[in-house]
Design a protein around this ligand. Sequence first.
Ligand code: SAH
Length: 470
Amino acid sequence: MDHFPIFLRVEGRRIVLSGGGEAALAKLRLLMKTAGHITVFSADPDPEIAAWAENGKLRLVRRAMAPGDTLCAALFYAADEDDAEDARTAAIARADGALVNVVDNLEDSQFITPAIVDRDPVTIAIGTEGAAPVLARAIKADLEERLPVALGPLARIGKTFRKAAEALPFGRARRDFWRDYYFNAGPSAITGGETAVQGALDELLTDHLARKARPGHVHFVGGGPGDPDLLTMKARRLLDEADVVIYDRLISAPILELARREAVMIDVGKEAFGPSTPQETINDLIVEHAQKGAQVVRLKSGDATVFGRLDEEIDALDAQQIAWSIVPGITSASAAVAEIGQSLTKRGRNSSVRFLTGHDMKGFADHDWATLARPGEVAAIYMGKKSARFIQGRLIMHGADRHTPVTVIENASRPEQRILDTTLDALPTALAAAEMSGPALTFYGLAPRDAVPAQTDNPYSTPIQAQEAL
Ligand code: SAH
């Protein structure tokens, strides 16, 4: 982020602009929405600017800018439509201590003006660091269409009620009240005008004051394989509402971004075979926060019910009679199989599929190898990198064909995804050569489909042909 977005208080402060043509007009239309004091320097101003000056909307000085003209100005816009004049006026403003923007000149500007969606007092600023103004305008158009015009009035009336709403305890209770106002009571009352909205606010407050504090609750949420687009809508909503988010190592950064900024974020990352937060500590943390009345999201990678030690956490909650629920997520096997264009089951090939773990708490995990070794069997092996040689040995010992296809998908659904297409025979060597450091799902009995159509709708999904050759 080269430009840090902030909302600058300009009420009562000077905003100076040099220029009197089209560029000046465009900027002034925007600036006149603010409560700043605008001064325009132009020897030959557009008649519209002159008219604004006559109507008292700005002050017009009919000459070129000179040193000292920008003293005490908060912002300065060089809109001279002439590079040399822009450079001259910008230098004056810089010397006078104003923040400088040279119109259409990113390089020489200290700040840029974003595309703005105006539902005053709700203001949305969209910036692309000057890289793609077209994109900013498209996003603006999209938001303009989506945000009801009533949003502004609702926020303005809401603001006058902020003191009254302080009767509700800070935090969740107050947030619930405002959510109810903006998404239910407010929009229903707005057609009746300001008095109706005021009435609705009073009624809503009485209702919320009578409510008992919501008890703590824990949602075990499946965070999916990493691509935030693969989260369920429910997971998204709960993340947005959570007071506390307790998450595992495999939860990707873009997903954590979806939590509220005020939420308490706790990393209890566990490294396979490495240092880890003991399960008891995790259980205690979840219990502790829920007992304080927090809405806790316990965010686990993939689906929370697959190799996630979910039951231990549930038992800890049950012991304290804390309410919980499970929100399913996309398990890595589902994400990985999609990336190789195959299905987990197929008529005539396999009528069942196994989800195996490469290792359990006692070390390498044992399975029904004899059944798995039969032709056509398919298994999705989680945590299978370190145990690859062990699994290979067991399967071959039980008569599996050495040429059985094996595919390892590392970082499925993430931008750094890699796919290793190999056989049972070559698996340990190929894996060692690939030096995979990310989470990887191993498919025993599945090879990537030959031609995977490019999935242009998903930026994370790279067609197999374009994958890095391993
Ligand atoms: N509950 C998770 C699994 C947790 S065990 C789920 O449903 O997916 C952790 C293992 O999951 C990793 O060792 C790896 O085998 C697999 N895994 C998790 N995320 C993955 C990803 N993005 N790509 C490939 N494998 C992944």
